[in-house]
Design a protein around this ligand. Structure first.
Ligand code: GAR
Length: 206
């Protein structure tokens, strides 16, 4: 299998992006990041990419009249960079079927809760409001729904009585930084077999 070329999409501070950059640096993920795209000009992820010598481009959602032209610009940038796997790392926009079909089976997302519980943009707030005792994070393939694609890896953390969105978010983020690089590496090794809703992890080739 030839080396995967990643395109990472972010909206904010980019710590998940950083965990992937660092894992590639340590030789734990056998891929290259060809481009980092953000939908916001002030996303710190742009600075992280530049510091790592990775092409970083803002495709400012506000400059586009509608979702389709915005997604056309994302696709053009990803295709021009030769991206083979799209990695959503804190990208806070819903992608339409137009985008998802273009990269069918080749888009991953990380969500800061144990899906299918607490999908959407305010997972930690929703977790705390509901009163569950365990939360975590989920890496999944992206399908045409919201946070609904086949699950690749999950990690759990306790929810503590005095948690705030910030303290819970920080505990979950530690796990995100472990499982996202792992899931990407499994993909790079060709070890993820999707069967309907199920993702089977094949054993390592000897
Ligand atoms: C992460 O917690 C990620 O799981 C979440 O945004 C945060 C990004 O942090 N993603 C979503 O909520 C997607 N719906 P980062 O900018 O520090 O990587």
């Amino acid at each position: 299998m030839s080396k995967q070329v990643l395109g990472v999409l972010c909206s904010g501070r980019g710590t998940d992006l950083q965990s992937i950059i660092d894992a590639i640096g340590r030789g734990e993920v056998d891929a290259t990041i060809a481009v980092v795209l953000t939908d916001k000009p002030d996303a710190y992820a742009l600075t992280r990419a530049e510091k790592a010598g990775i092409k970083a481009v803002c495709i400012d959602r506000k400059q586009f009249d509608g979702r389709q032209p915005f997604e056309e610009a994302l696709i053009a940038a990803l295709d021009e960079a030769g991206v083979t796997l799209v990695v959503l790392a804190g990208f806070m926009r819903i992608l339409t079927p137009y985008f998802v079909r273009h990269y069918a089976g080749r888009i991953m997302n990380i969500h800061p809760a144990l899906l299918p519980s607490f999908p959407g943009a305010h997972a930690h707030r929703d977790v705390l409001a509901y009163g569950v005792k365990v939360s975590g994070c989920t890496v999944h393939f992206v399908d045409e729904g919201t946070d609904s694609g086949p699950i690749i890896l999950q990690a759990a953390v306790p929810v503590l009585d005095d948690d705030t969105e910030e303290t819970l978010g920080a505990r979950v983020l530690e796990q995100e930084h472990i499982i996202y690089p792992k899931a990407i590496q499994l993909y790079c090794e060709g070890r993820l077999k999707v069967e309907g809703r199920h993702v089977r992890i094949l054993s390592a080739k000897q």
